[in-house]
Structure formats: C-alpha cells, structure tokens
Design a protein around this ligand. Sequence first.
Ligand SMILES: Cc1cc2nc3c(=O)[nH]c(=O)nc-3n(C[C@H](O)[C@H](O)[C@H](O)COP(=O)(O)OP(=O)(O)OC[C@H]3O[C@@H](n4cnc5c(N)ncnc54)[C@H](O)[C@@H]3O)c2cc1C
Length: 357
Amino acid sequence: MAFWQNQMPAGMCLRSNWGASHIADPRQELTLDAYCRQKGNHIAKPIPLDRFVDYGLWYQSRAVRDLEKRGVLKIDLDARGFKVTLTDDEEFMAKRVVVATGINNFAHRPAQFAGISSELASHTSEHNDLRKFKGRRMAIIGAGQSALESAALFKEAGIDVEVIARDQALNWVGLHPRLHHLGVVSKMLYSTRDVGPAGISRLVAMPHLFRRFPRGFQDRTAYRAIRPAGAGWLKPRLKGVPITLGRTVVSATITGSHLLLKLDDGTERLVDHALLATGFRVDVTKYPFLSQSLVKRLNVENGYPVLKRGLESSIPGLHFAGKPAAWSFGPLLGFVSGTEFAGNELVHSIAGRNGNS
Ligand SMILES: Cc1cc2nc3c(=O)[nH]c(=O)nc-3n(C[C@H](O)[C@H](O)[C@H](O)COP(=O)(O)OP(=O)(O)OC[C@H]3O[C@@H](n4cnc5c(N)ncnc54)[C@H](O)[C@@H]3O)c2cc1C
C-alpha cells in the first residue's frame, strides 16, 4: 500500500466504484463489505483514499501475515535460478519471482520540464499533501483524474490554480448513472470490473478474449477504456477553476523564483509551481532492481514485458503483475479489479506446474 499512502494526495477519492474496489479474495472474506462489517463503520462513496489504505492494510494483515517489510535491491539470474539481493544486503535464491512493484518508476515528465527542479515543477506522484502549496500560484498540466482532482483540492484549499491540457475537451466517467440501473441491459453493457465505457467494459473484463484481437484493435480499445477522464462527481467541485484546453506548453523557463510557461497559442503564464499530472509510461527496463543481463533477455514491447499465460515473461519463472501486464492482457490488469484475474493466473500457472507446492 506504500504508493497509495505516500504518493497520492490526502483528500483524494477512488475513481473506481465500490464493486470494482475489492482486492480479490477467493473466499470473499476480505471484501470492502467484510472490512466495513468487521470495523463496524461505513465508507462513503466515492471511496476516500485514507479508508481504502486502511482497507488494504486490514486485508494485508489477514492475507499476508508474514510480510517482509524490506526493499529488493537487485534481481539477477544465474544457473541456480534468481538471485535476490535485499537492501540490507541479505541474499537468497528463488525459483520464481513475481514483480508487482507498481508504476512509481514510470512517472512521465514532459521534455519541456527537463532540468527544472522539483521545487518549481513536480509530478503528482511526488506529493501526498497538496496543502503545502498554500499561497502559491499553481498550473496543473493534464486533464485526467489526477489533474482534475488535484485542481479541485487546490480550489477547496483556497489555492490559486489553472488547468492546462492539450485535450480539446474534458472527458468524464460516470455521468450517466441511469445506464447502470437498467437490469439485464446494464449487465450486457457494463462489467462489475468498471474499466471502460459501455460495451468496452465487458470486453476488457475478459483478458483472454481481449488478447486474441489484432494488436491495433487492442491498443485503440485500451486507450478508449483508460483515456484521460475525470469522475463525474468532480464536475461541480471544479466550478470556477480556469481550465485551458487544446493547448500545449511549448517551454518552461525559470524566471527568478517563478516558472514562465509558454503555450502554443503564444500566451504565457507566470506561476510559482507546475504540477505535472502527466501520468505514467510503463517501461520495465527502468525498474532499478532488474539486472542489466536480465533486462537484455527480456522480451519487451513499448516498455511492457511480453507475457504468456500465468503472466510469465520470456524469462521462465519471471512474472509481472499489475500495470506492466496490461500490454499482454489489457487495461484491466492496471486496476484493483484486475487482481482476481492476475491472482488466478499466477496461482494456476505456478501451482499447476509445481504440483500445488
Ligand atoms: C492517482 C491514481 C489514482 C488511482 N485510482 C485508482 C482507482 O480508483 N481504482 C483502481 O483500481 N486503481 C487506481 N489506480 C491504479 C492503482 O495504482 C492500481 O490499481 C494499484 O495500486 C496497483 O497495485 P500494485 O500492487 O500493482 O502497485 P502498488 O499499489 O503501487 O504497489 C507496489 C508495491 O511494491 C512495493 N515496491 C516497489 N519497489 C519495491 C522494491 N524494490 N522492493 C520492495 N518493494 C517494492 C511498493 O512499496 C508498493 O508497496 C490509481 C493510480 C493513481 C496514480
């Protein structure tokens, strides 16, 4: 839960709905509902970040009692298997490794902001409390959920903010709740996994079917499922926030203690800080703990490992879960609601081959 705790802003809510936010559990004993029953209290919808973190830690304490809270420094391969070195220098050998280390290493910083210190331009994943920007004039770059939610949080904290994005219009999800209450028709249109709009939601929820489609179709459909968009409940919270769309920042220059942003329409903004809500670009070769020799042997497409059944990479015994599995199995794998599929794949492939060991 470290990413949720340290790299998402306090006050944020999950965009995924309730049904798509249970961490998978074959016995259904560790769902959000079970957590609420056991804790004897209610969670608001949309789900607040701090409650989700508490749920995740509750889940962890029941499902993985012997969690080692240590960092992995390096993973290498030799004739005996994978050599894993921990940050405290302990080493051990493993027959298999499942990499489930999330997207933290993939924060995307546009080239225009290269060389600008994080005092003046920082990525959204660098903050867990946006109130520290009180009294500063902010620009947010981007128009996805983290851009729009950060803008709402700034506005509510009385912080001066403008959103700037190259998108021509804002996209919203969940603006038509009626479509989710049409019985059989809704079931045909939407999966409970809650990734993607009507129709696409169903397809994305079946990763084995999804991966049979031609690559171009998979890429277009995946983009449509997870394109930059804000949750409908953010709309009223953004009233009064200036939002400049269809514009790209062409340069960012340090001017004294400020940042001068030049846009492609020739206009300029002088701000105290630019918050880069510019997303994440998976590139597993950037995982610092994978040795160079391992990376060289890894079949990678566009930064993503090419995976087969069991989420297994081109190196036998090396598996990838979470967002890096999305090129091979579709966008569902980047979400909490993809944990059931990922868990089943891993267990069946590993236990199957090792005779349930
Ligand atoms: C702003 C934002 C909002 C989001 N909202 C939603 C949402 O509403 N619904 C949803 O389903 N998804 C959402 N996501 C996606 C979310 O990141 C994933 O669903 C989920 O966190 C992926 O889980 P994970 O286990 O793959 O990675 P993470 O949750 O990032 O966990 C990775 C873990 O690996 C550990 N780790 C990393 N490197 C090492 C190392 N070298 N050694 C040891 N441990 C290491 C980290 O400490 C961490 O505990 C959101 C993402 C962002 C950025």
